[in-house]
Structure formats: structure tokens, C-alpha cells
Design a protein around this ligand. Structure first.
Ligand SMILES: *Cc1c(COP(=O)(O)O)cnc(C)c1O
Length: 376
């Protein structure tokens, strides 16, 4: 069994993906070709924002946003303690300081109370200037932007939505990647909408920020590529990746999102009495980048993973280490606030095979294996 079966997806979409690849080769417009512009227009329309600026990967998308806002040394940026490393890494890369915020035990997403505590602590300490918040739409579900926005407004902070895993999710009828002042996503192959290599995008309604992001992604270009008005990056989405994304985006909208939600319901009805199944609060909709359970107290996650593996069932631990315990951040935070929820989650989460092409037989096989192991 595959954890995320990209081969099955390719087989389903083969004619359109093959022609996208061959057409790009024939056009030889490998950089900034027509499919890039087309994809940007389609993604912006879908998300419901004015501008989509594609780039080389989801990490660069976050970096582009921080550059647009001029985030620099001495600035504090609030990120969840429970996330992929890139969310914090980009902050440090700009010379600013990530401040880790605990998450909500039910949704795994940034907790607004912990956020406000962290902001107050930074203000009291007085050595950093709070500038921005980066909520993450973890495992496909948008963070609680209603609660986070209230805190952001109270302290005059920007909200940067890290929607790397969130594309396709919704909150109160609004699409993920349209919930921040700037939002970003990733097209890494295993993300909800993935390409055939690395890719990413920045979304915003702000004309000035969109123009800046477009400049930063091409060496700080001014009126044209060889007029360089600021220090930028080389971070464009390859034409071939945009060409592959076009038919994949159609399938994503037409049935893949429905399919992962169907799979999640089927997992949860079979597992809800055995383990802690993932919660989707009222008004929220997930694109299920991961289906992540909590292993019950007293059950060994390592042994469960081994038992699954013995039956050819892959599983993953996202994430085994809180940000504040990462070696790269060991120097950073002697006076940080504790993040007990993240510490608990990092010991008990387990992600199961999940993708739009999983079958009911596969779901049942995974659930039966878990049931047998947990022995309920
Ligand atoms: C994958 C991911 C990123 C980085 O995306 P890349 O395209 O791999 O650079 C950033 N944040 C989160 C939460 C992610 O899951």
C-alpha cells in the first residue's frame, strides 16, 4: 500500500499529463511560459483573491511574503510550535526571531490564547518588535482565522497564512490561501495539489505587495529583468510544473477533494471508538493533506507502526519534534513559553495512508490492523 499513491493519480490523468509534458517540451518556453500565467489566473480565481504569484517552492513563497513586509532582525514573528520546520526557518533566514506558540489539542492548529500570551511576553521583554503571525493550515484544515485575526488586529500584526498543506480547505465558506493578509502554498508532490517537483505560490489582494513579490521572485527586477531595483531571489515556477498542475487542478476540483473527504469519513466511522480521530469543527472543511490520529494513552506508537508495516501499511509521524526542541533552535529560547500540547501531540500523532485514490478495501485493511493491535 502507498502512503500517498501518486502513481494511481498519474494513471487516472495520464493522457492530459503526458500531453502537458510533451507540449512544454515542444514549446521550449521552459521559464514563465503561457501555462504559468494561466495557472496563476485560475488559482487566484478559485481562492477568491486578486493576485497569485507562483514561485519555486512553498518555503520561498513564505520568504517572498516576509521580504514584501520587510521582516528583519529585531522583529518577532509568531509561528506554531507544531509544524513543518520551514514555517519557522524562513523567519530566521530573514534574521528575525520566530516565537513558538502552542496549538489546540483538537485541531492541531495555532491556539489564539497561547498566541496572545506569547505576544504579551515579547512586549514585556521589550527586546523584539512583534510584526507578524504565521498560522499554519495543518494537515489540510485552515487555522482559526476568526480568533487569530482578532488578536492580530489588537496588536497591529500582519497575518501570513502558511497554506502549504491547506489548499482546498475552507473556513466559514472562505477558501484557504485567501485567509491571510498574504497567504502561501506549496506544490510539493505530496501536498493536496502537487506538481512533479517543487513549486509554490503567494496569494494576496494587495496590489503593491503582489508587485513586490513579483519583483523579488526575479532578482528584484524593476521595469524589466535587467533593471534590478532591490536584492531578490531566483524563484519561479517552471513552465513544465505549471503545465502539469493545470489538469491536476481540474481533477482536484472535480473529484479529488470530495474523494479525500469521503476517505476521511470512512476512516473516522471505523476508528472513532479505537483511537482519537481528527476533528473538523463546525464551519470548517479540510483538504486532508494528512489523516492523523492520536494513539491512545498506554499504546506504543512505535509498536503500532511496526505492526502496520508488517502488513505492508505505511504510516508517518508528522511531527516527532516540537519546533522549540529542534537542535537548530537550541540557542534561541531560554525564556520561551511552554508548549505542552505540542509536546503531547509529537508523542502520540500518527498519519495514515490518505489520498484521493485510496479504496474502501484499503481503508478497511488499515482500520482492521489498528483494531487488532489496539485490541478493542
Ligand atoms: C511543505 C511545507 C512547507 C514548505 O513547502 P516546500 O514546497 O516543501 O518548500 C512549508 N510549510 C508547511 C506547513 C509545509 O507543510
Amino acid at each position: 500500500m502507498q502512503f500517498r499513491d501518486l502513481k494511481r493519480q498519474y494513471e487516472a490523468l495520464k493522457p492530459s499529463i503526458d500531453s502537458a509534458l510533451l507540449d512544454t517540451a515542444a514549446s521550449s518556453a521552459f521559464i514563465m511560459g503561457q501555462p504559468v500565467k494561466k495557472l496563476e489566473a485560475m488559482l487566484a480565481e478559485y481562492v477568491g483573491v486578486k493576485h497569485c504569484i507562483t514561485c519555486a517552492n512553498g518555503t520561498d513563497a513564505l520568504t517572498l511574503a516576509l521580504k514584501v513586509w520587510g521582516i528583519k532582525e529585531g522583529d518577532a514573528v509568531f509561528v506554531p510550535d507544531f509544524t513543518f520546520f520551514a514555517t519557522a526557518e524562513v523567519v530566521s533566514f530573514e534574521g528575525a526571531t520566530p516565537v513558538f506558540v502552542d496549538v489546540d489539542a483538537a485541531t492541531f492548529n495555532m491556539d489564539a490564547f497561547s498566541l496572545e500570551n506569547a505576544i504579551q511576553k515579547v512586549l514585556e521583554a521589550g527586546n523584539l518588535t512583534p510584526k507578524a503571525i504565521i498560522p499554519v493550515d495543518l494537515f489540510g484544515m485552515p487555522a482559526n482565522y476568526l480568533a487569530i485575526r482578532k488578536v492580530a488586529d489588537r496588536y497591529g500584526l500582519w497575518v501570513l497564512e502558511d497554506g502549504a498543506q491547506g489548499f482546498g480547505g475552507r473556513m466559514q465558506g472562505r477558501l484557504a490561501c485567501g485567509l491571510g493578509d498574504i497567504s502561501t502554498t506549496s506544490f510539493f508532490p505530496a501536498k493536496p495539489l502537487g506538481c512533479y517537483g517543487d513549486g509554490g505560490a503567494v496569494f494576496t489582494n494587495n496590489d503593491e505587495w503582489a508587485a513586490l513579490a513579483d519583483s523579488y521572485r526575479v532578482h528584484g527586477k524593476g521595469a524589466f529583468k535587467y533593471d534590478n531595483v532591490r536584492i531578490g531571489m531566483n524563484s519561479r515556477l517552471d513552465t513544465i510544473q505549471a503545465a502539469v498542475l493545470l489538469p491536476k487542478f481540474e481533477a482536484f476540483k472535480r473529484y479529488e477533494l470530495d474523494q479525500v473527504n469521503w476517505a476521511a469519513v470512512n476512516y473516522s466511522t471505523r476508528l472513532k471508538d479505537i483511537v482519537i480521530t481528527p476533528q473538523v469543527p463546525q464551519g470548517f472543511y479540510s483538504s486532508w493533506a494528512q489523516y492523523t490520529i492520536l494513539v491512545p494513552k498506554g499504546v506504543s506508537r512505535t509498536d503500532l507502526q511496526a505492526a502496520l508495516k508488517a502488513q505492508d501499511i505505511p504510516s508517518m509521524v508528522y511531527y516527532p519534534k516540537p519546533m522549540h526542541l529542534q537542535t537548530a533552535y537550541s540557542q534561541l529560547l531560554s525564556d520561551a513559553l511552554p508548549c505542552p500540547v505540542t509536546e503531547m501531540l509529537s508523542e502520540r500523532v500518527l498519519s495514515l495512508p490518505m489520498h484521493p485514490y485510496i479504496t474502501i478495501e484499503e481503508i478497511e485493511r488499515v482500520c482492521n490492523a489498528i483494531r487488532t493491535f489496539v485490541n478493542v
